[in-house]
Design a protein around this ligand. Structure first.
Ligand SMILES: NC(=O)c1ccc[n+]([C@@H]2O[C@H](COP(=O)([O-])OP(=O)(O)OC[C@H]3O[C@@H](n4cnc5c(N)ncnc54)[C@H](OP(=O)(O)O)[C@@H]3O)[C@@H](O)[C@H]2O)c1
Length: 318
């Protein structure tokens, strides 16, 4: 018997027309409805939807929806909606995304370790001037959020020679990395020179990167002050505090990929610090072919009666 498979609805809030064929190619045995271009499509038989910051009205048009896929690793964009269906939410976990994030984190740690911004300024002024240079093992990188992304970055930073520490709600056991649990934050901060944020945005992590926390970081490190590197979520950082801490020297530098409000306002003071590196929420994009494979795999598992992977725990908020 030839059963008709439920369509997959996709709502992505940027123009992905050049890459849309991935979904048709990879999810090739069922209809793919692209909501951006097929806004009037009948969604009454849709069981699966892939979304990023969806319009909640969408859900009233999908009464048969069974599984919701997040286009990214984070799910705050769904969990903070006023109305969202009470169905499993699968977040995006993929080697491609994880690798991209580790590239960005390693790049930022090396930029600050090798004082690249200082050398850039010297180059601009045609100035031949060597700086005192610590080695990676002199620096402790402390990662807040030791999940999929934090653990991969930790391993790669370790390979580069950094001392690495990790902090997460539950303590991890990872060879060569000093791990702390949720109750040991101050001990973790006290030994951290480069603080890396890879936390999901939840009630508990909102505003966690603030003046009080920055004041607890290692002050006597070999680079003369701590550095803050955040690629988790902007809602976890207090930007006014970052500006103050950079101004008064509590922070020596920062690399920020995420912001309280995106895009970052043109008049934010953060743009103008010599030792602040800003990227536009681009540390780790979700590649559409990887996403299509991920959605296809999970639908196959689901329809074969296996458990879905990477399920969001609503009570934890991630
Ligand atoms: N900038 C970008 O381009 C980009 C791209 C992808 C993802 N992200 C962000 O990165 C975040 C992390 O992704 P992931 O895949 O690594 O997530 P994940 O696997 O769910 O890991 C989250 C980590 O944060 C820890 N955590 C959460 N709440 C905590 C709390 N209150 N106290 C202490 N630890 C807490 C968790 O602790 P346990 O291990 O104990 O649960 C876990 O180690 C995403 O949520 C997203 O916001 C950003």
């Amino acid at each position: 018997m030839n059963t008709i498979k439920s369509p997959v609805a996709i709502e992505i809030n940027y123009d992905y027309s050049r890459e849309a064929h991935f979904f048709a190619d990879i999810i090739n045995d069922r209809e793919v409805i692209h909501l951006k271009t097929q806004s009037d499509a009948d969604l009454s038989k849709v069981k699966y939807a892939l979304v990023w910051k969806p319009d909640p009205i969408l859900f009233s048009r999908m009464p048969d929806l069974e599984v919701l896929f997040s286009l990214g690793a984070g799910v705050d964009h769904v969990l903070t909606l006023p109305v969202a269906p009470d169905i499993p939410i699968v977040r995006f976990v993929d080697h491609n995304l994880t690798t991209r994030m580790s590239e960005w984190i390693c790049l930022q740690c090396l930029m600050h370790l090798r004082q690249q911004r200082d050398y850039d300024a010297r180059q601009k002024n045609h100035k031949w001037d060597e700086l005192y240079q610590p080695v990676a093992s002199d620096i402790c990188v402390g990662i807040m959020g030791m999940g999929t992304l934090g653990q991969d970055a930790a391993g790669k930073l370790k390979t580069l020679g950094f001392e690495v520490a990790g902090w997460s709600r539950s303590r991890k056991q990872i060879e060569g990395i000093t791990c702390y649990d949720g109750g040991e934050l101050d001990n973790f901060l006290g030994k951290t020179d480069f603080l890396v944020g890879l936390l999901p945005l939840t009630d508990e992590t909102t505003g966690i990167f603030n003046r009080q926390l920055f004041g607890k970081l290692q002050k006597n490190g070999k680079l003369g002050g701590p550095v803050f590197i955040n690629a988790g979520r902007g809602g976890s950082q207090v930007e006014a505090d970052i500006v103050d801490c950079l101004t008064e020297g509590t922070l020596k530098g920062a690399s920020l990929d995420v912001f309280e409000k995106e895009p970052l306002s043109g008049d934010s003071a953060l743009w103008d610090f010599d030792n602040v590196i800003i990227t536009p929420h681009a540390a780790a994009v979700s590649s559409l072919d990887a996403l299509a494979r991920h959605v296809a795999n999970q639908i196959e598992r689901y329809e074969q009666g296996q458990e879905l992977e990477y399920l969001v725990d609503r009570s934890r908020g991630y």
